[in-house]
Write a protein that binds this ligand. Sequence first.
Ligand SMILES: *[C@@H]1O[C@H](CO)[C@@H](O)[C@H](O)[C@H]1NC(C)=O
Ligand SMILES: *[C@@H]1O[C@H](CO)[C@@H](O)[C@H](O)[C@H]1NC(C)=O
Length: 199
Amino acid sequence: MAFEKLPYYPFFYFIFVMFVLNLSIASDTLSSGRSTKNGEKLVSTDQRFELGFFSPGNSKNRYFGMWYKISPETVVWVANRDKPLTDSHGFLTFSHDGDLVLVDQSKSVVWSSNLSRVVKNPVAQLLDTGNLVLRENFSLNSDDYRWQSFDHPSDTLLPDMKLGWDVKIGFERCLTSWKSKDDPSPGDYTFRLNINELP
Ligand SMILES: *[C@@H]1O[C@H](CO)[C@@H](O)[C@H](O)[C@H]1NC(C)=O
Ligand SMILES: *[C@@H]1O[C@H](CO)[C@@H](O)[C@H](O)[C@H]1NC(C)=O
């Protein structure tokens, strides 16, 4: 009987189980040299937020963004708001300078984190707060984040996110509505702080 042979291959079972586990545990990090091929998603450790490709409403366009895992239609952040991908190709990866980039089928950059400094061993991590951060692989300190999605909100304010002006570097964070349910490109409404008068 064929079954008689099975107990002789414990190592095979071990490899098989590791393989299955590996496929089912989604990671919260993307490290240098890797990319999100085949529609792979990042999931925050507490399983609240998911990051990946989506098509909103009736749209056929594809965007890279973040949503609540239990409610995928509640998108909280979009990277390529006004530069959708029009086919099923494209992935998120790192440029030579360590920028987080979204590239299309022809490997041209559709969206970039636009860093001014080089990151040598970049890691992108989706935190439990819903903040996508880019950092050097050895540094966990939030003061060392080279880029974070919380600095570039779309239309949703999450807890811990700050809005308004960073006067020191002349940088503004504000919310901008989607154009429509099917189109996350910037719409007619913004929510911002007026710094010319008393807030
Ligand atoms: C990155 O910088 C370029 C040139 O300064 C600009 O055209 C582009 O909109 C920026 N992209 C993002 C995502 O900020
Ligand atoms: C960071 O990445 C470099 C290059 O891959 C590696 O040598 C180093 O051990 C990594 N450090 C940590 C803390 O992961």
